[in-house]
Design a protein around this ligand. Structure first.
Ligand code: SF4
Length: 368
């Protein structure tokens, strides 16, 4: 185990990491160039030890997870992002729209968090989304609702001609507890034009999250990696997020999301576990103002996520229920896992499982 009070000795194979370690150990902020050295390094073990040191300095031995369910109300979407295997057009065989009753039926009364995101539906009225949250809160009073990405909020703003403030205020009044981090993809205008034109860019995504923070919501942030982005663009994304967090302090967790090849096949090969771990560790080292970094087992697989708990991650997401977005792109992880399986995963990484809700209140510590 690393001692976080003194600077442990790490023998680096890559000399570019030595000055990075000096700064990390003394709590100094890393530059963009140093972030790139981390992401480019072949010294995976040295990089991981630094990131684990930072994670332990923040969270000790704890790894957080939640008993949650992912709900995707509809896959019908007016957009056609090139990396997305989930979306359908109205009338497609695989298009679906759940009723509010269907959705409530997917949420066990004892879960702590419902994570809810979906397609940009062309005809569902805004009031339906308000009713949806109100009904969930009425029928499942102990469940926190984490819902609607900044991309969906932007769509509501455009489609219903409501200001961002009105959209968010009405959703909060209906019972919204926090916002997920999706829709950010990569903060690169080049990639937005290439892959997800029509969806929010970096400025709008950050603007909406900042407003949510001002209105009292906490939120998460993501990075979709492993497609056509460069390492430099990944690091620039982290730097931009770090600057935005300096302004509001409202992000709780950062989640690197590994692109799933599915049928979209933007690149010939899925990101390797080594790339997953490098991205996770570099994120932990660069995002010095983010409380948590998550190893999202749904996209990286359980084994890599478990190793990620020693590469800077202090969160594993949750039990999930039935995940549809990554599995539409043929992710080969299970659809959901059991609570005791997560506890086992965390313990096998030598850490202490801590069950939390969407806003990171501690609900149970699983002592040895
Ligand atoms: S990523 Fe989201 S916005 Fe883009 S096509 Fe898929 S469902 Fe629609």
């Amino acid at each position: 185990m690393l001692d976080v009070d003194t600077k442990p000795e790490i023998r680096f194979r890559d000399p570019a990491l030595e000055p990075v370690w000096d700064k990390v150990a003394s709590g100094e902020r890393l530059s963009e160039a140093e972030g790139l050295s981390c992401l480019d390094t072949q010294d995976l073990i040295g990089l991981g030890r630094m990131a684990d040191f930072v994670a332990r300095r923040r969270s000790g031995n704890r790894v957080y997870f939640t008993f949650n369910v992912h709900v995707n109300p509809t896959n019908v979407c007016v957009l056609s992002c090139k990396f997305c295997d989930f979306q359908a057009k109205a009338g497609d065989k695989h298009a679906y729209e759940f009723s509010i009753e269907d959705i409530v039926g997917q949420i066990l009364p004892e879960v702590h968090e419902v994570h809810m995101v979906g397609g940009h539906h062309p005809t569902i009225p805004f009031e339906w989304y308000e009713d949806l949250i109100r009904t969930i809160k009425a029928e499942r009073p102990s469940v926190q609702v984490k819902a609607f990405t900044a991309a969906e909020v932007d769509y509501f703003h455009k489609r219903f001609k409501l200001s961002d403030r009105e959209v968010l205020t009405r959703l909060i009044e209906a019972g919204l507890d926090s916002m997920p981090g999706g829709g950010a993809e990569v903060f690169s205008e080049r990639i937005r034009r290439e892959l997800f034109l029509g969806k929010v860019g970096a400025d709008r995504w950050i603007e909406i999250h900042h407003l949510a923070h001002e209105l009292g919501l906490k939120s998460n942030a993501t990075l979709l990696y492993g497609h056509i982005e460069t390492h430099a663009e990944r690091v620039q994304h982290l730097v931009r997020l770090r600057e935005a967090q300096d302004e509001s302090g409202g992000w709780l967790c950062f989640i690197p999301l590994e692109y799933q090849l599915g049928t979209t096949m933007l690149v010939p090969r899925q990101a390797s576990p080594i790339d997953d771990l490098r991205t996770l560790a570099t994120s932990r080292l660069m995002l010095d103002n983010f409380p948590h970094v998550k190893a999202y087992w749904v996209m990286s697989g359980e084994s890599t996520a478990s190793i990620g708990l020693n590469f800077g991650a202090d969160d594993l997401d949750g039990t999930i229920g039935t995940e549809r977005i990554a599995h539409a792109a043929m992710a080969d992880s299970p659809l959901g896992i059991q609570r005791d399986q997560i506890v086992r995963l965390v313990r096998s990484a030598g850490k202490v499982p801590v069950e939390r809700n969407a806003t990171y209140d501690v609900l149970k510590v699983y002592d040895a």
